[in-house]
Design a protein around this ligand. Structure first.
Ligand SMILES: NC(=O)c1ccc[n+]([C@@H]2O[C@H](COP(=O)([O-])OP(=O)(O)OC[C@H]3O[C@@H](n4cnc5c(N)ncnc54)[C@H](OP(=O)(O)O)[C@@H]3O)[C@@H](O)[C@H]2O)c1
Length: 277
């Protein structure tokens, strides 16, 4: 963004779920650099606090954090009540709560890579709870805070996995395909409301995603990125800022972004290191 011209996101409220690491943390820093006011949620509050410090250093007008578990309706409702109070407090003497300019539904991830025959209930339930029901819960709760006809955006984080399938990916692919259909449904339901709705769907990106999928097996997670050049969290965050700062009449409906070295989810080019003689 050319900072000689004031960013359209300056002093705008931006709510990011899953902001404790990965895309969400990078988005907090990137929206912070635009001068936005941030409301950051995730389960690990200590990590959120560090991200908020970085975002303020980057230029955030404000950065607040609160515990959030998108798999639980009471947690989502408590988070939104807190968000509303922060927005109102900064709006005095006109405490209009409907000033949430950007909602980024990012919290989620994959758990396990088992075939359906070997699948674990706990993994399936976690993936559907966070990636699908979490987006529904957050959006339902946040909608009253989002202004009509003001260039506000709901941006969901889907995945290239929502557009394809791979062995061991049944529940994750289903969850991200579900997120895509929620985004499309919201486009219909918010027709005429002047609220933008879109999905940003990344391919292979190096974050804590694989560490979570492989339940803390760092060697297995690292192997996934070996010899190739995956997306970084900053690459995705830059796109989120771009999507949210288009002119108010422009809606980026669906955006798929993959590394050059990834033609398909399971087709990744690996540049083998030259071995010394
Ligand atoms: N990395 C990739 O290759 C890739 C590709 C396409 C799409 N995605 C999607 O991008 C999103 C972000 O993933 P990432 O790559 O940045 O992975 P990450 O580094 O593991 O970050 C995931 C974030 O989601 C949060 N989260 C997970 N479950 C949550 C819950 N129940 N309630 C609240 N927050 C929760 C985590 O925070 P806490 O653990 O602190 O709660 C963390 O901040 C996910 O939706 C993922 O599916 C990732």
């Amino acid at each position: 963004m050319n900072h000689q011209i004031q960013s359209p996101l300056k002093n705008k409220w931006v709510l990011i779920t899953g902001a404790s690491c990965g895309f969400g943390a990078a988005a907090a820093r990137a929206f912070g650099a635009e001068g936005a006011k941030l409301l950051l949620g995730a389960r690990r509050v200590d990590r959120l606090q560090k991200v908020a410090i970085e975002a303020r250093k980057a230029g955030a007008a404000e950065a607040h954090v609160h515990e959030l578990d998108v798999t639980k309706t009471p947690s989502v409702e408590a988070f939104i009540a807190w968000a509303k109070s922060k927005i109102q407090a900064s709006g005095r003497p006109m405490p209009n709560p409907a000033r949430l300019h950007v909602l980024i539904n990012n919290a989620g991830g994959a758990h396990g890579l088992d075939t359906v025959a070997e699948g674990k209930d706990a993994d399936w339930e976690e993936m559907i709870q966070s990636n699908v029901l979490g987006v529904l819960r957050m959006t339902r709760a946040a909608l009253p805070l989002i202004p009509r006809d003001a260039g506000a955006s709901i941006i969901n984080i889907g995945s290239a996995a929502g557009h394809t399938v791979y062995e061991g990916g049944a529940a994750y692919c289903a969850a991200k395909a579900g997120e895509l259909q929620i985004t499309r449904t919201l486009r219909h339901e918010l027709f005429g409301a002047g609220i933008r709705v879109g999905t940003v769907d990344p391919g292979l990106a190096e974050t804590e995603f694989s560490l979570v999928r492989f339940k803390g097996d760092a060697a297995r997670a690292k192997k996934l990125y070996e010899g190739t050049h995956p997306l970084t969290a900053a690459d995705v965050a830059e796109i989120l800022v771009w999507v949210a700062s288009r002119p108010p009449h422009v809606n980026i409906d669906e955006l798929i972004v993959k590394p050059v070295d990834q033609a398909e989810v399971g087709k990744v080019y690996r540049r083998t290191k030259t071995q010394p003689d």
